[in-house]
Ligand binder design. Structure first.
Ligand code: COA
Length: 234
């Protein structure tokens, strides 16, 4: 089972940013109090979307889920009230008024990016996030294809990082490679429908191939990727 969805953040929050949604769990409520006011609407929206996905995947009502919210860690979802539900893996992402959520029966990672005017030179970004071999191939691309190539690899690597066990994936993305591949070999799938770019990581290539990204139209372009760690020298 693998589900992913994106949604727009409703701004402002009903009741204003000081009004905490009553359905948030204990860990989420604590985190809420620590968030800057402008981060609260995306936080609530991502967690509402996740509960909708959990309900769709299991039949357990959205409000019967407790989701952890430790800063800097992957969220953990569990059904409350001793409902018999197999352990599920979940992932969240938010960017510029959009949120994404994913649910799977195996480790999963999701990343969403929204296009915006670049704030740095593409070659500087390439130097920070591409492996040496990727950088050589990237430099051969036509200049008008370079930003899109960086964005696709960035989202793929972020999704892969989130699906990895805590502390296992290198923080330095120059030590991670993302290459386009056939769906049968993929551990990441991406969807692009300007201005949104979504990446979903899961080790189950069949489930990835069957997945659809709810909230994106059928016109979204999709690609399959194999993301893996590489030696520092590549
Ligand atoms: C942790 C990280 C993946 C979060 O990504 P982001 O683009 O900053 O933010 P996103 O909105 O996409 O994702 C945030 C969500 O990811 C989840 N998350 C946070 N840390 C996580 C982790 N270590 N593993 C999995 N999920 C994590 C949380 O649910 C968080 O949402 P919340 O803060 O509302 O609880 C990112 O900051 C990071 O550390 N990336 C690793 C490598 C990297 O950036 N290297 C730099 C190369 S130049």
């Amino acid at each position: 089972m693998l589900r992913v969805a994106v949604a727009r953040v409703n701004q402002p929050l009903p009741g204003g940013s000081a009004s905490m949604p009553a359905w948030l769990g204990d860990s989420e409520q604590l985190r809420w109090t620590q968030l800057a006011p402008d981060r609260r609407a995306p936080f609530a929206a991502s967690r509402a979307l996740l509960r909708d996905l959990l309900q769709a995947a299991t039949g357990v009502p959205a409000r019967a889920w407790d989701v952890s919210a430790q800063a800097g860690g992957a969220p953990v979802a569990r059904a409350t009230h001793e409902l018999a539900v197999a352990a599920l893996h979940v992932s969240l992402s938010h960017r510029l008024g959009w949120v994404a959520a994913a649910v799977a029966d195996a480790p999963v990672g999701v990343d969403i990016e929204c296009e915006r005017p670049p704030r740095s030179d593409p070659s500087e970004r390439a130097a920070l996030m591409l492996s040496p071999a990727e950088r050589l191939a990237w430099a051969d691309l036509a200049p008008d294809a370079r930003d899109a190539a960086l964005l696709a690899r960035w989202t793929a690597k972020e999704a892969w990082f989130k699906a990895a066990p805590a502390g296992d994936a290198p923080w330095d993305f120059r030590r991670v490679s993302a290459r386009a591949c056939a769906p049968a070999r993929a551990n990441v799938r991406t969807w692009s429908a300007s201005p949104l770019h979504v990446a979903l990581c899961c080790a189950d290539a069949g489930a990835l191939a069957d997945a659809r990204c709810d909230g994106l139209g059928p016109e979204a372009a999709t690609s399959s990727w194999f993301v893996h760690r590489v030696a520092a020298a590549d």
